[in-house]
Design a protein around this ligand. Structure first.
Ligand code: NAD
Length: 298
């Protein structure tokens, strides 16, 4: 790892540390490639399921496969049309669940309207649940047991770790309460050993500026472009942008980067921050999943 060495640290114009998710992802993929080569066969295999023709979902899946291959993993892709029935999607996921050559299963969300993701996700066995979204994986996270953890909040934790951001005894605000990002993020930041004091903000939070402006760490996952401005941020705070909005000006994060970088101590770019880290953690989870299935030695 080179990120924590001062020479490798990039600063924004305003002097904040730029938490470069692309670079960290590439480092993690390179580390995984070495580890997987050392492990030899049987090959670690990630399977993805894409239903419908949502363009961003297709791009996300494509980059997951590209990076899986760079890490030396096998990857398998199953695609169903937007008119697929609930039963057809469940059959595909059930077959992957039963296939011993598949170690990780990722069902790309959202599913098209009319399909219920929950019964589909619950067909993924916990030891193959590389997205960490099933009830059993969530339950293990709540209970503090080892298991597979949702990739985006895990990617945020890796950014904090690798950029040496102190969490113990610090205050954190997580904006957004979804099971995909916000809720697991709260649990991870508040875990024993991480030890942040965490506030969960959401769409009914009365005063978001007041809630955020004393926080040492802000994780924004609301999906509202430029929701977080300089007025939300304490000087020197760490600001991590998870939100993605597609606007007329291209992809925007939840954070007004230009305004906030002038006041923050560390900040993620969008794109190039949490997105690539989600993929890095998916691949780390896939190797963990293979180990949980006893297919490769620890
Ligand atoms: P979601 O729609 O399920 O949840 C959004 C949350 O934001 C809700 O809990 C809501 O209460 C909260 N919220 C909405 N308006 C708010 C406001 N004005 N103030 C405070 N909170 C508010 O979305 P999600 O699946 O959690 O995703 C959140 C965002 O993160 C989306 O933009 C999504 O595209 C993005 N995302 C990014 C990555 C990544 O890798 N960077 C991964 C997953 C999701």
């Amino acid at each position: 790892m080179t990120d924590s060495s001062p020479s490798a640290v990039q600063l924004t114009e305003g002097g904040a540390v730029l938490m470069n998710g692309n670079r960290l992802r590439d480092e993690i993929v390179a580390e995984l490639a070495i580890e997987i080569e050392r492990l030899g066969s049987p090959a670690v295999c990630l399977a993805t399921v894409l239903v419908g023709d949502d363009k961003p979902s297709r791009l996300y899946v494509k980059s997951k496969h590209k990076k899986a291959q760079q890490a030396g993993m096998l990857s398998r892709h199953v695609e169903l049309g937007a008119d697929a029935t609930q039963a057809e999607v469940e059959t595909v996921v059930g077959e992957l669940a039963d296939d011993p050559s598949v170690h990780g299963i990722l069902v790309q969300l959202p599913l098209p309207d009319g399909l219920d993701p929950e019964p589909v996700l619950d067909l993924v066995p916990p030891e193959k649940d590389v997205d960490g979204l099933t009830e059993r994986s969530m339950g293990r996270l709540v209970r503090g047991k080892p298991g597979l953890v949702p990739c985006t909040p895990l990617g945020v934790m890796r950014l904090l770790e690798r950029y040496g951001i102190e969490t113990a005894g610090k205050t954190a605000v997580v904006i957004g309460r979804s099971t995909l990002v916000g809720l697991p993020q709260v649990l991870l930041l508040g875990r024993k050993g991480v030890d942040a004091t965490v506030t969960l903000a959401h769409s009914r939070t009365a005063d978001l500026v007041e809630t955020c402006r004393n926080a040492d760490i802000i994780v924004a996952a609301a999906g509202i472009a430029k929701l977080i401005g300089a007025e939300h941020v304490k000087p020197g705070a760490t600001v991590i942008d998870v939100g993605v909005s597609r606007t007329g000006d291209g992809i925007q994060g939840d954070v007004d980067f230009d305004a906030v970088q002038a006041i923050a101590g560390a900040i993620t770019p969008m794109p190039g921050g949490t997105g690539p880290m989600t993929i890095a953690c998916l691949l780390q989870n896939t190797l963990t999943a293979a180990r949980l299935q006893g297919l490769v030695e620890d």
